[in-house]
Ligand binder design. Structure first.
Ligand SMILES: NC(=O)c1ccc[n+]([C@@H]2O[C@H](COP(=O)([O-])OP(=O)(O)OC[C@H]3O[C@@H](n4cnc5c(N)ncnc54)[C@H](OP(=O)(O)O)[C@@H]3O)[C@@H](O)[C@H]2O)c1
Length: 237
């Protein structure tokens, strides 16, 4: 059974993944912005917060001298609107989105790769978004750019380190019924958006969590570098 560092474990997809992974017998070291409930606090809006999180997570990952993280799941994320008419707000929202949605994931991947190189390998699962392929709404250029960046980063890591048994996968959910999607769906007319999804409904957090669980443990090594879409056929590539 694996020691798994999971970001954004407090709610939504992350909370569902935490409970599925624990049911499967894994040890989950979880993070949220404020901590509590056994989670480590880390606000990725702050530079180097991911470095501090990695150090604290390692402290929880076994006895001294045997500390080992086997899997990193980068799931934390924010989806905030940026108005193009507001220069200051636009720049601030871009900086915050890139820091939380991309840079913190990159920092954690850096630690994970160095750690996995010393320990004979490991897995990285990056939760990106359909937006990383398809783009997003007019107020969310930054979100699509961050998630597209995450896809490119995941492929780069997979290609660079596969020979060292370091595997990297990405997941691209479409709308998933969590706090993040609820506001968006209601603000943009839920029914019209649903008409765009051939399956006729948005994904559940449990469906995305099951995809995370599979990639974190059972997916074959030859899948490394792959991006798994989970969007009810709303975007097929
Ligand atoms: N829901 C969707 O429709 C959808 C679609 C495509 C992709 N995704 C992606 O799936 C992932 C999970 O989404 P979700 O819908 O489950 O989101 P959610 O319900 O809004 O939960 C977001 C998680 O990220 C954490 N987080 C937020 N701001 C943070 C910060 N500044 N620093 C550190 N952690 C922070 C939250 O912690 P706190 O509870 O402490 O705030 C929470 O655990 C995200 O990467 C998202 O982009 C979601």
């Amino acid at each position: 059974m694996a020691n798994i560092l999971l970001t954004g474990a407090s709610r939504g997809i992350g909370a569902a993944a935490r409970s599925l992974l624990e049911q499967a017998g894994h040890t989950v070291i979880g993070q949220s912005t404020a901590g509590g409930g056994g989670l480590i606090a880390a606000d990725f809006a702050h530079p180097r917060a991911a470095d501090a999180l990695w150090a604290q997570a390692l402290d929880r990952a076994g006895a001294k001298g045997e500390r080992r993280i086997d899997v990193l799941v980068n799931n934390a994320g924010v989806f905030e609107a940026a108005e193009i008419g507001d220069a200051d707000g636009f720049a601030a929202t871009w900086a915050r989105s890139i820091a939380i949605n991309l840079q913190s994931a990159a920092d954690l991947c850096r630690h994970a790769v160095l750690h996995f190189q010393r320990n004979g390998g490991g897995r990285i699962v990056n939760v990106a978004s359909r937006a990383g392929h398809r783009g997003d709404s007019p107020k969310h250029w930054h979100y699509a750019a961050a998630k597209g960046g995450m896809l490119a980063m995941t492929k780069t890591i997979a290609r660079a380190y596969a020979g060292q048994n370091i595997l990297a996968f990405a997941i691209t959910p479409g709308f998933t019924m969590t706090g993040m999607a609820e506001d968006y769906l209601s603000s943009r007319g839920g029914d019209k958006l649903l008409a765009d999804i051939p399956l006729g409904r948005v994904a559940t957090p449990e469906e995305v969590a099951e995809t995370i669980r599979w990639l974190a443990s059972d997916a074959p090594a030859s899948l490394t570098g792959a991006t798994i879409d989970i969007n009810g056929a709303s975007y097929v590539r």
